[in-house]
Design a binder for this molecule. Sequence first.
Ligand code: ZN
Length: 394
Amino acid sequence: MSVAGRHVTGTERLIFTPDRAVGQLVFRLWAAAPVAARRGSAQAVTSVAVNGRARPYSRTSPTVVRIPWAGRAGTAITIELGFTLTLPVGANERWGNRGTTSWFASGMPLLAWEVGRGWDVEPPTTQFAEASTSEEMRLERLTVRHARGLTALATGGPVSSTATTLVTSAPSVRDVAVAVGPFRTASVAGPVPVTVGVTPGLPDRPAVLAAETEAYLRAHVARFGPFPYQRVVIAVLPDISGGIEYPGMILLGTRQDHDATLSHELGHQWFYGLVGDDQARDPWIDEAFATYAEALDRGTSSSYTSFSRLPLAVRGRTGQPMTYWEGRPSYYLGVYVQGAGALLRARARDPRLFDAQLRCYVAHNAHRIATPADVARDLTLAVPELRRVGAIRG
Ligand SMILES: [Zn+2]
């Protein structure tokens, strides 16, 4: 792909072997979701070929592209797409541009398949959140072309890099993030290599953030198991408040070292990254656990475990999908705070057993999409509390 200011053009080629018969192929264009589109974001598929032949396709909603195709379970399908992406300016989003700094994640058409279920076509959300679902893929090669004088940062381990091209690859990731700009950078080798890039004009110090990242990762690795990727890349960007997690890469707002954001987004490398979820159907499966990770790291558990912070209207609603939270400002309290509180109260009963069960849950559900039933099966100690907050039903 080529990145130039607001404009990204590229091709993607993927080999998809469905685990059940398909009558169509479905891709999501998340950059065309309404909130970003209002700020000038746009995304389009410009060509489709399946097994080497051009195919018709239709865009059945702003974020859904369908390609008619009959395929059998277990038979590989090679799909090649051309796409364009126009980045918004001034959006607090995973897509953005300021001058020569450009960033995007979920920026390539994303295959909407969920193993064991089929196509996920839930609507986008207007919350500062995701509604995407993606199984893992072997990222053979991600090529990012850019203007001379800029630095490209991206998901995956670096394969090669020149003044105008970065190539990365990754054994198993469920999505990709990219940032290009005149970044100030710092790296630490550590057990998990960390690279931080800061957009010029922002006060953040890359070496300080890299050291903080390393410390948070040490704590997370001790609790949840090995870091799932070759390295972690952090791009500090304008217009983002908070942070947005992607496999092996985090898009971070400025001055987030003062709060829990960095620890939280790093927690997502295990919860959303390694153990995936349908972020539209079960947003708590990544957000409650990332908030839990952050609370343990920062010693802030007591601010989550009390029910007094929770408005009556959100009590028992942690398990609701993003469609329920549409237009409800209580999403954060209902899902993040209430969900993390349930996990933290459960852990308090027997921290050693809870930590062991959670490591088993992570190992058992790694590289797949977990459901509430998977949590209930592996994290039995948390089931009563998770029932109480409505995360697990039945
Ligand atoms: Zn989160």
